[in-house]
Design a protein around this ligand. Sequence first.
Ligand code: ZN
Length: 273
Amino acid sequence: MNSVKVEIVDKTETTMRLIIRETDVSFMNSLRRIMLAEVPSMAIEDVVIVENSSTLRDEILAHRLGLIPLTTDLDSYNLPEECPCKSEFGCNLCRVALTLNVEAVDGTRTVYSGDLVSENPDIKPVSDRVPIVKLVSGQKIKLEAYARLGKGKSHAKWQPVSMCIYKYFPQIKVDEKRCDACGECVKVCPKKVLVTVENKTEVRNLMDCALCEDCVDACPTDPPAIEITWDKNTFIFDIESTRALPVERIVLESLSILDKKVDGFVKKLKKAK
Ligand SMILES: [Zn+2]
């Protein structure tokens, strides 16, 4: 196989779309699985509740806190299992404390993720607007929460990605000789990939094609004048970060984890000989 070719076709603050050529499904799926299950991020793991007079039970409150994505600093913190402190409670290198101290004084009040106060300004909720609980007059919550690095394979709250998918690169062929541009395929396509231009069916947004082949079924010509195939060695990879980590960091981190796995395997194999 030739060497892998990578092209960034779209990038925003939280998403990235890559075209990866000269590779195969097993490599793509390794990357996807590592992003989902092994790239660490920060999430609240322990909560000490001092006071909770809201209608939510302590466990539900703690569960909701755990699911709030937190901005992560991978370079300054250790995974608890790799931290030299070896302490169950954690230390400054493997734990961040966040406090929540809110009371509804007059009228109803919604408690948001933005009410959490972190001891480290670099580790805080990615958004201030995640609702946690509603309080009515007189209700109060006082708690201390401890965030830790963790992996998606232990709990989904540690997944740094909210979307991580790939598909084959689509190839659409319209047989101009047999296509009479009746427009049936244009109408049926759920992704609006096709258009009719001057009595011709043309492909507009090739990368949006979901390979559903509805256009082939809709074509009244027999055999159909449109054909959908895909390139088995080229993939469109879409990644969306929860904003816990920059999207490019997630990709790089997943590659270095894969690298370590392969290295470890080679070492074990050499030992076994
Ligand atoms: Zn530690």
